[in-house]
Design a protein around this ligand. Structure first.
Ligand code: MF3
Ligand code: CO
Length: 256
């Protein structure tokens, strides 16, 4: 069942969403050569605690990993797709791209968003990977209107990404969000005909999160059982927003 949120609930999700945005804004500005992903984690954890928010990821149990996630951020560098873990040993260098993914729970409601940030100057092909992934998310946001269907959102991401020759990760998907970090429905970045294709209705909130590889679509799990990497070592990009369906059209909760 897809849980629809009242306007009052959406206002709460908005507050959570804006906090996530503030954190990602701050961290995007801090990213530079010589900064570690652990530095980013420390800043994010402090901002959450100052805002009286609970980190959504820290302590979150994921069956595939068989353990609780230990950090407030996922920081996935270069060929890491998602769920990379912050580390003092991971020193960012020029030409890297780092996906910063985070979520909070504030007043009972979750916000969840991700950005991929280049470190210094990156090659044109990497710039294109980031812009195509960001555009795919923006186009999908535009489909978040009552009367459209879930596959309109999923198919829009798929079409934009594949038309530019990049690959869509299939093992990780977006999701509904509300009083739980992950609610129904799943939101793949491609049309999965095995799934239902519900009509979008006012009050539905989806976390749309394209994960796009420059090379092949295949992924593998690192030794740590968390970090998903591209099988071929190609770079991967990830952008995410929480988007509500309203009578005024799409409302992106995770940006002003
Ligand atoms: N960013 C992931 C998502 O959007 C959640 C991370 S799972 C966690 O669904 F274990 F790291 F929390
Ligand atoms: Co998410």
């Amino acid at each position: 069942m897809i849980i629809r949120k009242s306007p009052a609930e959406l206002e709460k999700m908005r507050r959570a969403g804006l906090l996530v945005w503030e954190i990602l804004q701050k961290l995007s500005g801090v990213v530079a050569e010589g900064v570690t992903t652990r530095d980013l984690e420390v800043i994010a954890e402090r901002m959450m605690s100052e805002a009286g928010a609970r980190p959504a990821f820290k302590g979150y149990y994921v069956p595939a990993a068989g353990s609780k996630y230990p950090y407030v951020l996922c920081t996935s560098v270069n060929d890491e797709i998602v769920h990379g873990m912050p580390s003092a040993k991971r020193v960012l260098k020029k030409g890297d791209v780092v996906s910063i993914d985070t979520g909070v729970q504030l007043d009972g409601y979750f916000g969840d968003s991700a950005v991929t940030v280049p470190v210094g100057d990156v090659p044109d092909e990497t710039k294109k990977l980031l812009s195509v992934t960001r555009e795919a998310l923006e186009l999908a946001i535009g489909k978040m209107r009552a009367g459209n269907r879930l596959f309109d959102v999923c198919g829009t991401v798929e079409k934009h990404v594949t038309s530019h020759g990049f690959s869509i990760v299939r093992e990780y998907v977006g999701h509904g969000i509300g009083t739980r970090l992950h609610e129904e429905p799943q939101v793949p970045n491609y049309v999965d005909r095995r799934n239902e294709n519900p009509r979008l209705k006012e009050g539905m909130v989806l976390a749309i999160e394209p994960m796009v590889n420059a090379g092949g679509a295949e992924s593998r799990l690192a030794q740590d059982k968390w970090t998903a990497l591209t099988k071929d070592g190609s770079y991967s990009a990830h952008f995410e927003h929480c988007v509500a369906v309203t009578s005024n059209g799409p409302w992106v909760l995770t940006r002003p």
